[in-house]
Design a protein around this ligand. Structure first.
Ligand SMILES: Nc1ncnc2c1ncn2[C@@H]1O[C@H](COP(=O)(O)OP(=O)(O)OP(=O)(O)O)[C@@H](O)[C@H]1O
Length: 320
């Protein structure tokens, strides 16, 4: 499979008044053409920072302190702001939760799609307008010619997310980063939005990084899962393998905390303890150590990646 996004030893810090937040530490993963990889973990584990840092959208306090990330062979960590801006429009796109807030409230949605197409694909006004209608049709918006003139407030949350997807994929990017794309949508609309993304990925070969705290969603919608805890990826495997035989103690806890359709709510277990304070100067090599039921003295050794099965790797000295 051709690699679209290749991330190695990627580290990010934020300078704050109360200290330096080591938000990402040597994060590494790859996503291939047409593949969907889910990045899962609790709130605060670093999923969004990964997305923003890759696309050059960190706020002023944040900086990439190490590692590499290449998109279709183009190095992102050393790209100029102008080069990154061009990549963001054409080759990499991102959608977020709360799509209504991301749309311009006072511009019809068709024009918002046309704006992006004109800017990045250099189409004429008329061609961009017809492309916008085509895109609305592609994301399943009924009566797209009429709907192109609608304002965001006239559309439901699910329809707004479809418009965001249309904007994101209008230039046929190689990579789509979807950060909690279905949070806040009802279950039926969630499924529709995820189906649209899967269809586009299948048709265009777009790679998708699905960021979610919802392991059940990741299980259903990704081919591979990387589990993140406190700025580390702790386990990565094909979705089926990870769900069938999770090896990292954190992944096991996360699975036990995830409701299943057949499960009993009483079986759900919360994950004890909190994420460590990432400003600490003496962060342990394993950032899960203080919460881990299987912690050993050996866990104080520097953490290294180990392959425990083909395409299944973990960062743990005492796996389950
Ligand atoms: N601008 C910032 N300044 C300082 N620390 C930050 C900043 N942005 C993020 N962080 C820290 O980086 C860490 C990772 O945050 P991030 O938002 O990526 O988590 P997340 O896994 O996406 O969580 P959520 O699901 O809640 O969005 C957190 O410890 C957070 O406090």
């Amino acid at each position: 499979m051709t690699t679209v996004l290749d991330v190695t030893d990627f580290s990010v810090e934020f300078r704050t008044r109360s200290g330096t937040v080591k938000a990402l530490d040597r994060v590494a993963f790859r996503i291939g053409r047409g593949e969907t990889m889910a990045l899962v973990g609790e709130s605060g584990s670093g999923k969004s920072v990964t997305a923003y840092a890759l696309l050059g959208l960190l706020d002023a306090a944040g900086r990439i302190t190490g590692g590499r990330a290449s998109l279709e062979g183009v190095e992102l960590t050393t790209a100029s702001p102008a080069a990154l801006a061009a990549i963001r429009g054409r080759r990499a796109a991102m959608i977020f939760q709360n799509p209504r807030a991301a749309l311009n409230p006072i511009r019809p949605i068709g024009q918002q799609i046309a704006d992006v197409v004109r800017r990045h694909a250099g189409l004429s006004r008329r061609d961009a307008t017809s492309r916008a209608v085509e895109m609305l049709r592609e994301v399943g918006i009924p009566d797209p010619v009429r709907r192109a003139g609608a304002y965001p407030f006239e559309l439901s949350g699910g329809m707004c997310q479809r418009v965001m997807i249309a904007i994101a994929v209008a230039t046929r990017p190689a990579l789509l980063i979807a950060d909690e794309p279905t949070t806040g949508l009802d279950v039926t609309t969630q499924a529709v939005v995820m189906d649209i993304m899967a269809k586009l990925a299948g048709e265009t070969g777009m790679a998708t990084l699905l960021i979610t705290h919802d392991l059940a969603l990741a299980a259903e919608r990704s081919g591979r899962i990387a589990v993140m805890h406190a700025g580390h990826i702790v386990e990565e495997a094909a979705t089926r393998a990870l769900l069938a035989a999770p090896r990292h103690p954190y992944t096991r806890r996360l699975l036990a905390a995830t409701p299943t359709a057949a499960g009993d709510l009483a079986e759900l277990r919360s994950i004890p303890g909190n994420l460590p304070d990432l400003r600490r100067a003496d962060l342990p090599p394993c950032r899960f150590a203080a919460r881990c039921p299987q912690h050993l003295e050996a866990c104080e050794a520097p953490m290294v990646w180990r392959d425990i099965a083909p395409a299944h790797r973990i960062a743990c000295w005492n796996p389950a």
